[in-house]
Every structure is written in structure tokens, then in C-alpha cells.
Design a binder for this molecule. Structure first.
Ligand SMILES: NCc1[nH]cc(CCC(=O)O)c1CC(=O)O
Length: 316
């Protein structure tokens, strides 16, 4: 009898839900049993704000080490939390069908934001775009898992969270208003999962190919090419969104000053099989408009002013 595949997962509620989703999809599509192996990571145990870690991908490092060592056969990440730098020991064997990629505003009663509203988010990308669109608001730094951030609504007028996390956790209700992607450009790869295995593990790769969704892979490839070409990480004020429109891939990128005082956008359309090139072309146009200076200023602000916010639990 074939051994079950071992899937390493963080212990947060959302991570376990995402791991189960992939495990079930793999078993359904391939007949292969998959067992979950819960693990801890440095990011889950730290109370420091994410910007102060100084490097992206803190939540994925421990899982990747366990996978590279052979303790587990596959791991599942929120794709937007993966550094753009590839890990030569591993490969993204599958990108399953993507969930809702939009951000959402969660308010007390689903109403729109009052003048001078206090809005919680720890994301420079969300902060910049909210401040640019609604200059009267105050952005309150915030991190922690989805539940703890939701718990701040009441004391705050609103918090911003990804629809994907809320949906997967069954938390979408009348208080949740999705924001259109052209109003708040999502994080590159938001809503998508990355299923990794060891680069030389061909049998597992073959099994995981059963849950690959090519349109999702293409969109994510284009969006992450924007981020990589700007040399930016998952905490930079950079957004990217790709969608199939009339058979073409339409890729939008955004780079902003963290205070919302400047917002750059660029869009390119082209054949879906040139996803990465389209993403790079978007980044090149953002760069030509001054994106590098905006992002350098945002990075300096993060170091000078690490946001000290008490948290309970890890990030989503
Ligand atoms: N950085 C936190 C994070 N990483 C992945 C998700 C869930 C959404 C997704 O899978 O893209 C979230 C929570 C959030 O941004 O609200």
C-alpha cells in the first residue's frame, strides 16, 4: 500500500484550513491519502510587528526547512507570503484554483466609512491606497491573526482583511464589504495557494499536478513578476492584479508612498502565456514613473518607525 503524503502546516486556524483544503483536493483528484503534520514557525511565536523582522517570508522559512530536510513531502503557503526569490531546493508543484483575490473592509454594520474613520491595517499597501482614496481617515497599525484583527472592529471603525482568509474561515457576513480590485489593488498572488515539494521529488510532483489550475498559475506568475522586478517584498506598498479579459491577460501594478501622497499605476495586456513578461513590463513602466524612489522611502520609514503593536497569536 502507498504511504500517505505528509503535508507540513503552520498551526494557525487559517493555515490548517488551507492545508485541509489542499489535502482533500489532492486525495479527490489522485486517490492518494494525505496526512497533516502541524509545525511551529518563528513568525507564529513572535509578537514583533511584521515590518520589524527585516525580511519577507518569516512565516514560511520553518516549513521550507522541514520540507527540504525530508520531514514532510509537501507544504502549503498563502502565495502572497512567499518571497519572490525561489528556493532552489523546492518547487511550486501546484497552484490550485484561486479564491477571491479582493481585499475587504470590515465595519461594525457594513456601512461605509464615516469622516475621520479609524481603520486598522498593518499593510503599507492597504494603508497607502486607503489614505489616497479617503484623505480624512486615520490608519491604525494592526497585525495578528484574522480573528484578533476582526476583534478590533468596534474599537476601530473598520479593519481591512483579505476576502480569501475571511471566506475560508467562514467569516463573511453583513459587516464585510469587498473592495473592487481597481479601488484597492490586492497584494500580488493574494487569494492563491502555493503547494511546494522538493525539486527532485518527481513522484510527489506528479501527484500534486492533479490540483494545478493553469489560469490561476498564470495570473499569479504575472503578479509576482511585478513584485520581483521592483525588487520589493510582501510588506512593500506594492499591489498587482492579473485577470483574463477577452482571452488576454490584463496585468495592473501599483506602487505607492506609504502615506498615500503618491500612487503610481500601470497596466499591460497580452497573451496569457507571456504572463511573466507582462508583469515585468508593468514593473518597468512603474519604475520609469519613479516607483524605485517611492519604495526606497517606504522601506526607510519601516526601519525608522517599526510599528509597535501588541498582538495575540501569529499572523493569519
Ligand atoms: N499576510 C497575512 C495573510 N496571508 C494570507 C492571508 C489570507 C489571504 C490570502 O490567502 O491571500 C492573510 C490575511 C490577510 O491578508 O487578511
Amino acid at each position: 500500500m502507498t504511504e500517505p503524503l505528509r503535508l507540513g502546516t503552520r498551526r494557525s486556524t487559517l493555515a490548517v484550513i488551507q492545508a485541509r483544503l489542499v489535502a482533500d483536493a489532492v486525495t479527490r483528484a489522485s486517490g492518494r491519502a494525505v496526512e497533516l503534520v502541524p509545525m511551529s514557525s518563528a513568525g507564529d511565536e513572535s509578537a514583533a510587528p511584521i515590518a520589524s523582522f527585516g525580511s519577507v517570508g518569516v512565516f514560511v522559512a520553518a516549513l521550507r526547512e522541514a520540507l527540504a530536510r525530508g520531514d514532510v513531502d509537501l507544504v502549503v503557503h498563502s502565495y502572497k507570503d512567499l518571497p519572490t526569490e525561489p528556493d532552489p531546493r523546492l518547487r511550486v508543484a501546484a497552484v490550485p484554483i484561486r479564491a477571491d483575490e479582493r481585499d475587504a473592509l470590515v465595519t461594525r454594520d457594513g456601512a461605509s466609512l464615516p469622516e475621520g474613520a479609524r481603520v486598522g491595517t498593518g499593510s503599507p499597501r492597504r494603508a497607502a491606497q486607503l489614505l489616497a482614496a479617503r484623505p480624512g481617515i486615520e490608519v491604525v497599525p494592526l497585525r495578528g491573526n484574522v480573528d484578533s484583527r476582526l476583534g478590533r472592529v468596534g474599537e476601530l471603525d473598520a479593519v481591512v482583511l483579505a476576502m480569501a482568509g475571511l471566506t475560508r474561515m467562514g467569516l463573511v457576513d453583513h459587516r464585510v464589504t469587498p473592495l473592487p480590485v481597481d479601488e484597492l489593488v490586492p497584494a500580488p498572488a493574494q487569494g492563491a495557494l502555493a503547494v511546494e515539494c522538493r525539486v527532485d521529488d518527481a513522484p510527489t510532483h506528479t501527484v500534486l499536478a492533479a490540483v494545478e489550475h493553469e489560469p490561476s498559475r498564470r495570473a499569479v506568475t504575472a503578479e509576482r513578476a511585478v513584485l520581483a522586478e521592483l525588487n520589493a517584498g510582501c510588506t512593500a506598498p506594492v499591489g498587482a492584479h492579473a485577470a483574463l479579459v477577452a482571452g488576454e491577460l490584463r496585468v495592473t501594478g501599483l506602487a505607492a508612498a506609504e502615506d498615500g501622497s503618491a500612487v503610481l499605476r500601470a497596466t499591460e495586456c497580452g497573451p496569457p502565456d507571456s504572463a511573466a513578461a507582462l508583469g515585468r513590463a508593468v514593473a518597468t513602466r512603474l519604475r520609469a514613473d519613479g516607483a524605485a524612489d517611492l519604495l526606497a522611502a517606504a522601506a526607510v520609514a519601516d526601519i525608522a518607525d517599526p510599528r509597535g503593536v501588541p498582538v495575540t497569536g501569529g499572523s493569519a
